[in-house]
Design a protein around this ligand. Sequence first.
Ligand SMILES: [Zn+2]
Length: 217
Amino acid sequence: MKFVARALVVSVVVALASCSPLRRHRLVDVETLPRPPKLDVHYATTENFTHQRLYPRAKVFLHQDAARALAAVQTDLARDGLRLKVFDGYRPLSVQQRMWDLIRDERYVSNPAVNRGRHTRGTAVDVTLVDSRGRELPMGTNYDDFSEKAHPGFAGLPERVKRNRARLAEVMTRHGFEVYPYEWWHFDLKNWKRYPVLDVGIDELAAGQKLAAPVDD
Ligand SMILES: [Zn+2]
């Protein structure tokens, strides 16, 4: 009887895990990758261009295809003693709408009424390069600097900065990402428009992650 009850509990937990929002939407927590990137989620703090805390916690989720590509980038970078720092990944559509209402400039924030966003599909990621001690390589501007200087091809930059930007773009494009012409830190997975737009909250995904944890038998 004890065995039957135990088997029932395990099967219920497995059933709940299989319908967790993470699995249902094919999203992956980047901290669970074999070589996790460093995280610096500005939108989980008030230290961002909106001065509002837009995410309830510092978590970065990506569509599994983008997560796989990011893992390959990390493997390449590790050979040179480098890795990625990730600022942002999946963004719920309702948060995208809040950002658009504040900025209303399609170069820097996707208009949800036009393409329903890039980050909203879990296929866009904002990144920079860090060295083995976690220090950012100079890229010429801070993250979310909405000026021409942040355009990846901006000419008036020191050679060292140009090389760093080129290195980041090269490794990201080698593994299936596309450069975005207005922000050196933003990359979209190829064919991103084919992926569905989501509006699942960061907290809901994080809670689902607990459900999807391995069953301790
Ligand atoms: Zn971005």
